[in-house]
Write a new protein. Structure first.
Length: 261
């Protein structure tokens, strides 16, 4: 199934569905809308000849105009969102059914907020659903596709929060609860970069943004990205961005169109 979520969805309805009370199955389709469900029960979802077991913490996405058959085992509740997606943007292949595992708690929080926001503030509901869709699209899958290894994702998150301070590979490894060696191996396999290279790259990308978009001094920018030594900052800029900090800023102000990486 192909999902495009570079633009926010249009959320038509969101709520908590209660089923399995009057009947043990439902058959229906939504001609123009996608269906997003987060489950808290055991059952089954059938699309044609394909049957997908439902378990607590599983999440499903069903495209428009697709007939679905739900099979219940007594009273069954799930979060649901009916939405439209835009056609543009990157195509992401996502399974119909996935086990959200630890992410299910975060998804439940987002969808609960969407449900409660929907009557008074549809734009807020849209924001929550869009965040949920990104999490669903990036769930790691058993075939090795999907989002990054959870340890790599955790390491990247730690780096982003601590870019302005001292950062070493042992610091990051300790924060995510694995050895230096294990982190180095997994990180390179997932990203193609060493942890040190990734930290340098993210620091200089943030520096580039501040050089082009703010009036902060070069000294302040260097400190803000964790490279307080100006000589080291100049050297890092030349290596990563291809120019000195002042030249990067000057090119942006002059509108020369020169593209630094």
């Amino acid at each position: 199934m192909t999902l495009r979520i570079d633009e926010p969805p249009t959320v038509v309805d969101a709520g908590i569905g209660v089923h399995g009370v009057a009947t043990d199955h439902d058959v229906f389709r939504l001609p123009d809308l996608w269906q997003l469900h987060l489950y808290n029960y055991e059952g089954a979802l059938s699309l044609g000849r394909s049957v997908h077991p439902i378990r607590p913490g599983h999440v499903s996405l069903v495209p428009p105009d697709t007939e679905v058959r739900f099979h219940y085992r007594g009273r069954s509740e799930h979060f649901y969102v009916h939405l439209r997606l835009h056609d543009g943007g990157t195509a992401r292949v996502v399974p119909v059914m996935q086990d959200a595992a630890a992410e299910s708690t975060h998804l439940a929080d987002l969808l609960r907020d969407a449900v409660t926001a929907m009557p008074a503030s549809p734009p807020r509901a849209t924001a929550e659903v869009w965040a949920a869709l990104w999490r669903v699209a990036e769930l790691p899958r058993s075939d090795g596709t999907g989002g990054h290894h959870p340890l790599v994702t955790a390491a990247q998150a730690y780096v982003e929060v601590h870019l302005a301070g001292p950062l070493s590979v042992p610091d990051v490894a300790r924060a995510v609860g694995i050895s230096h060696t294990h982190l180095t191996r997994v990180f390179r396999a997932e990203t193609g970069r060493t942890v040190v290279s990734y930290i340098r790259h993210r620091r200089l990308q943030r520096a580039r943004h501040l050089l082009l978009s703010s009036t902060l001094s070069v000294t302040a920018i260097a400190a803000a990205v964790g490279i307080a030594d100006l000589q080291a900052f100049n050297k890092a800029c030349r290596r990563e961005l291809g120019a000195s900090p002042r030249d990067v800023r000057g090119a942006g102000r002059e509108g020369t169109g020169r593209a630094f990486p």
